[in-house]
Design a protein. Structure first.
Length: 201
């Protein structure tokens, strides 16, 4: 198991909507509904007028199929939203991923996405799928689950490979290029990428 943190550059329509309406928004939970759709439990916090505006705007978002209130307390409204799977969620399908932090909760740019991958080879597959969805992802953290400091050499190799375009098509950097940038022998670069991401050449 690996804990990975990615910086994701893609549309975050939920936080854009929340900012515009003047509310805070948190995706409390999500579940796949079918192959193309998912359900999110979204919590809105703010003054009643701002929450009402956010509810109306949510129903108008592209890809939203249904939206209804499931509970209300003063200043907090929980909403069940059925929508087309966003690109990040489509990319993660089948990669045995468990989100630790939802990228749609991030108000930063790029959005932070912290997740767990079951197998080391899932990282390469996830990055390819994100790229296929037109989503730019940069590795910001990679470590065995339960550790705080990733292996330095492995981390340098994987970070350089991702950020310099090794997984892009066509590739923007070679094994030799990664070796030169990290001062890690080519044979070790190859081993790390095969072992940690499942990438074979």
């Amino acid at each position: 198991m690996r804990e990975v943190t990615l910086g994701i550059r893609s549309k975050n329509i939920l936080q854009d909507l929340a900012h515009k309406a003047g509310v805070s928004l948190v995706v409390a939970d999500c579940r796949p509904l079918d192959r193309d759709s998912m359900v999110m439990l979204v919590e809105l916090q703010g003054i009643p007028e701002a929450i009402e505006t956010a509810l109306k705007e949510t129903r108008l978002l592209e890809g939203v199929k249904q939206s209804y209130v499931v509970s209300e307390t003063p200043g907090v409204t929980r909403v069940m939203v059925t929508l087309d799977k966003p690109g990040v969620c489509r990319a993660s399908t089948g990669e045995a991923i468990m989100c630790l932090d939802c990228p749609f909760n991030s108000t930063e740019i790029p959005s932070k996405w912290r997740l767990v991958l079951r197998g080391a080879n899932n990282l390469g597959a996830l990055l390819r799928r994100l790229s296929d969805e037109g989503i730019n992802a940069a590795l910001e953290g990679y470590s065995p689950l339960g550790t705080t400091t990733p292996p330095t050499e492995d981390y340098k190799v994987i970070t350089t490979a991702i950020n310099e375009g090794y997984f892009d098509f066509p590739r923007r950097i070679s094994l030799i290029g990664i070796s030169e940038r990290t001062n890690v022998p080519v044979s070790e670069v190859k081993r790390v990428l095969e072992e940690k991401t499942g990438e074979r050449r």
